[in-house]
Design a protein around this ligand. Sequence first.
Ligand SMILES: *Cc1c(COP(=O)(O)O)cnc(C)c1O
Length: 436
Amino acid sequence: MQTPDISRAKSAELFEKAKQYFPGGVNSPVRAFKSVFGTPLFIERGDKAHLWDADGNEFIDFCCSWGPLILGHNNDQVREAVAAQLGKGLSFGAPTALENQLAELIIENNKYIEKIRFVSSGTEAVMSAIRLARGYTKRDKIIKFDGCYHGHSDSLLVKAGSGLVTFGETSSAGVPKAFADETIVIELNDKEALRAAFAEFKDQIAAVIIEGIPANNGLLMQSKEYMHFLRAITKEHGSMLIMDEVITGFRIGFEGASAYYEIQPDIITYGKIIGGGMPVGAYGASKELMACISPDGAVYQAGTLSGNPVAMAAGIAALTILAQDDFYTNLNAKTAAFVQDLRQYIAEKGYQVQLFHVASIFWFAFTEQEDIKKASEIDPASMESYKIMHRELLNRGVYFGPSGYEVGFVSAAHTDADLNTAKKHIFDALDIVFQS
Ligand SMILES: *Cc1c(COP(=O)(O)O)cnc(C)c1O
């Protein structure tokens, strides 16, 4: 099979220039294509499910800006809402009605939170949620799970040490050891590890934080039973359960993974989709907990650009569409059919690849293992196959995230024609991966 040859000259030139200005030539590390072949594509524009790079190549996009673009690129309503706000000013540092509107839209349609605070990124939302949990419980330690990503704040750039329950080790230079000592890292889907952590640190654990559905390191679906165990054990010990719904919020459904698992977390964090493609994050909880936040309470948290009016306008436009009946039913059904066809092809060919899937998220794992629930169950060697698939897909005009640990997203803008074209190219790319 011939690999189509696509010119990347302009992107390559822009990347050379970017390397003069930015560490690694990028403003966020995974964009640098270190885990796949070639150099990053510089994107010029997007429309619906399509992207165009600086060389004029067109792609069907399954990265969707890492999740936020559940409506695809250049959605008419979102664009018009942003354009209408632009003429009125970009930022005031004072309250606007737009913040009320977005909050009302979210809280009226989400039974899991009573009050919300807008911030400007997922990282900031999680960092603030941790502070709230610590301020409320008057405890310092937190438990996180190996393989869950919660942004780049100090307390969470921590990886597992050796042993069932250990203090974490920093996963970035520049994080003080004292911070890592407050974070306990355990494996997902392991009740024993949770029990042991609570047995050892009893009254010291402010919170356990988990991704609604872990989707930053493969797609590690947790069982409902395990999630309810997690809810019960945190409650029993007076620790907060923080559900980090930065990916899953407004993705799994309007009420995210909380509704999917039917769990009431103590604090929920949002990001990505909530801003309709603009930089917005948020955290929400009960009225009682949110009363701890400044200026009502003693937990300080602030932001110059928080609740930014242009970003709020984008969020309102996007979430208004998501709140419509059948939005998720349609998107999820479309994704399920797409995944089903891919699985059928894989089964017919007997290829060693699994397709994990929930709602409009999917993940290719190049393994025979049918069930992967922990980060440690992912074989790093399997990423070599992803690299080949990624290269072949890019050459055919299909854009996937530049790492085998990243999931793919289907948006409402992906048409049947887009998905059929993408499928054909994925079949061809898989044929090449497994041709030897
Ligand atoms: C993306 C992500 C974050 C970080 O959000 P940023 O906006 O990149 O700071 C935190 N938690 C989860 C679950 C995420 O997927």
